[in-house]
Structure formats: C-alpha cells, structure tokens
Ligand binder design. Structure first.
Ligand SMILES: NC(=O)c1ccc[n+]([C@@H]2O[C@H](COP(=O)([O-])OP(=O)(O)OC[C@H]3O[C@@H](n4cnc5c(N)ncnc54)[C@H](OP(=O)(O)O)[C@@H]3O)[C@@H](O)[C@H]2O)c1
Length: 322
C-alpha cells in the first residue's frame, strides 16, 4: 500500500511517500481501508520529535474514516463505515497517513452516513475534543457566556457552533481581524482582537466576566483568561496553539480568582460514545452544523499539508483524501 511515512524527526520534508506492506490482520484489531483523515496540530509536534515515546519511522495520523476490510472478531462486517481515533494511533502504532490501517477494536466507532468522505474525515477528533471540552470539562449551560480563545481554529469554530446551538453567547478571539467576518458568519456574537491580553476588552463588554472560557492558545494566555471569568467561572485549557507547554511562574492563590476553576481537557476516544458520534454526523448531514473545511489534500501531499498547517494558513479543518 501507499503510505506517507515520517522517516525521522524534523521538518515536513521528513514525511515521504513510500510503498509499504499491508498491515497483517491480528486478533482484536481491524483492517480499515482509509478514505480520508483530518490533520491535527499534535501531529506537528510528533513529526518534530516532541511526542515522548514515538519511534521513527512511523506512519502518523491520529484519526481516520474509512470502511472495514477485515475484522477477525466479526464485531464489524466488511464494508461497515467506521472512524478510528487516538489510543496511540499514529504514535505508538502506525496510523492514518496511508491507504490502509490496522486499529484496535476499542478505538473504532461504526457509523452510517451519506456525507462525502472529506466531510466525515473532519469529524472524529474535532467532535470528540469539542464535545468533551464543552460538555464534560466546562459543563456549558444555556444562557452562559463563553469566551473562545483561538476562535479561528477548527476546534474553536466548531465549539462556537455547538455552544450557540445550546443557547450560549459566544465571544471569539483572533490575532487577525481580517478573520472577524468568518467568525461572525460562524455564529460568534462578539469578536475580540487577541494581542495577548483580552481581559480588559472582555470586562468592558461584561463587567462581571464570563462564565466559561475555552482556552486554545494555552499557557501563554492562560493567566489572562483566568482574569476573564465571573465568580465560580471555569477556564478549560484544551489547546496549546501558542506552542508553550510550561509556564514560567504560576501562583494559584493569585492567578486563579477566588472561587474560580481551572481544568484541562486531554481527549481520548473513551470520552466519546458511538451514539453521540452518530448523532453528530446526522446533524451535519441535516445541515444543522456547518463544518468548516479549509482545504483538501491528497495522500501524496501530506508533507505540504503539514507545512500549510505550520504556516497557519487555514481557517478550518485540513483534510487529506486517500
Ligand atoms: N486536548 C485535546 O484533546 C485536543 C485535541 C485536538 C486539538 N487540540 C488542540 O487544540 C488547538 C486547536 O487545534 P486546531 O486543530 O483546531 O487548530 P488550527 O485549526 O490549526 O488553528 C489555527 C489557528 O490557530 C491560531 N494560532 C496559530 N498559532 C498561534 C499562536 N502562536 N498564538 C495564537 N494563536 C495561534 C491562528 O488563529 P489566528 O491567526 O486567527 O489568531 C490559526 O488560524 C491546538 O492547540 C490543538 O493541539 C487539543
């Protein structure tokens, strides 16, 4: 089969197209013919060699959608549409950047849909992350105000739509006001320019602060995000777009306002149910949710797709079709 293999840690050029052996089917694992997959920021870190425990060469890709070719357990029949995500895929065993992958049963989600593969490819990891962050970590409720820090990211854009559908007011941030209209079109009630500090602008609009903050920039802006919350408000750090994993100093009794709450979301396929994924796919199919797909690449172009993501050229999900 054809695969985009990350041959060693480095720049996008280390991803090379190669002919490799089809994975050998084994008990507890399912052979999937991949139709499409979304690209994820964490895959940039893995490619650079920043994911502990990953050994190269490796076929990366932490998620995919496709059809079952063979399942020795007979849990899934041949031809069943499935998504696979996380659980070490593309890190500790070969993943989605290929025509076929072998994935363990526990990370496989069956579904049925007539949506094009490139749309389905955008869904698994993005939906799992947004749904987990909003519902499980932030426990969003109708009538609340949600600040999305990193609003133009694909996670931010979907979070806005799901929060609006639940009846929240959404304030989205960007560093680039040229993207303001895209954020409004996506449902944001207010857009704030993010040059590192947004708490002053937020407090001008909502002097009491907002109930919830989805922090996608990470440690760089976290302290300022904590200044945006109302009493008993919650900040959930889900993303690290700012590329800084560690904070130089953090003073809990000072940086977290009294009664404020700070949490993180680290997605896992276990956080998502098969029913919830199917429900979401159906909503996309009915047009209730509009997924923003920025660009579709082919399998031969995975290295270019990595460069495109690294250059922050996308507003929405980057997809690769096999
Ligand atoms: N915790 C989890 O389980 C989980 C799962 C999936 C993803 N994530 C994380 O969620 C975040 C969003 O992922 P995504 O795939 O949706 O991202 P994305 O679509 O690639 O985000 C692109 C946007 O990020 C903003 N950005 C890029 N570099 C930045 C920087 N240095 N400082 C501030 N903003 C920057 C840019 O917005 P502007 O130019 O408009 O400012 C850009 O348009 C990532 O950090 C990702 O790793 C977490």
């Amino acid at each position: 089969m054809k695969a985009a293999v990350t041959t060693q840690a480095g720049n996008p050029e280390v991803i090379q197209i190669q002919e490799v052996a089809l994975p050998q089917v084994k008990k507890g694992w399912v052979l999937i013919k991949i139709e499409a997959f979304g690209l994820n920021r964490s895959e940039l870190f893995t490619r650079r060699g920043d994911s502990p425990g990953v050994i190269f060469p490796r076929i990366q890709g932490i998620e995919c959608v496709g059809i079952v070719v063979e399942d020795p357990s007979q849990t899934f029949s041949k031809g069943q549409q499935v998504a696979a995500m996380m659980g070490g895929m593309g890190r500790f065993f070969d993943g989605a950047y290929a025509e076929y992958t072998l994935a363990p049963l526990e990370i496989i989600f069956p579904f049925e849909s007539k949506l094009p593969w490139e749309v389905l490819g955008a869904i698994p990891e993005m939906f799992q992350t947004v749904s987990g962050s909003l519902n499980q970590a932030l426990e969003i409720q109708k009538g609340e105000k949600l600040l999305i820090r990193g609003g133009t990211s694909s996670i931010g854009l979907l979070a806005c739509q799901l929060a609006k559908a639940k009846g929240l007011t959404v304030i989205a941030t960007t560093r680039n006001l040229k993207k303001q209209q895209a954020l409004i079109d996506n449902g944001a009630d207010q857009v704030i320019l993010d040059e590192g500090i947004v708490s002053e602008s937020v407090k001008k609009i909502y002097p009491e602060g907002v109930e919830k903050v989805l922090e996608l920039i990470g440690t760089k802006t976290l302290k300022d995000s904590l200044k945006c919350i109302a009493p008993k408000g919650i900040v959930c750090m889900t993303g690290i777009l700012g590329n800084e994993w560690t904070m130089e100093s953090f003073t809990p009794m000072g940086d977290i306002p009294s009664l404020g709450r700070l949490t993180v979301y680290m997605g896992d396929s276990k956080n998502l149910s098969k029913e919830l994924l199917q429900e979401f796919i159906d909503e996309v199919e009915k047009g209730f949710v509009k997924l923003r797909i920025d660009r579709i690449f082919q399998l031969d172009e995975v290295a270019s797709a990595h460069q495109y993501m690294e250059d922050n050229q996308a507003t929405g999900k980057i997809i690769v079709k096999t």
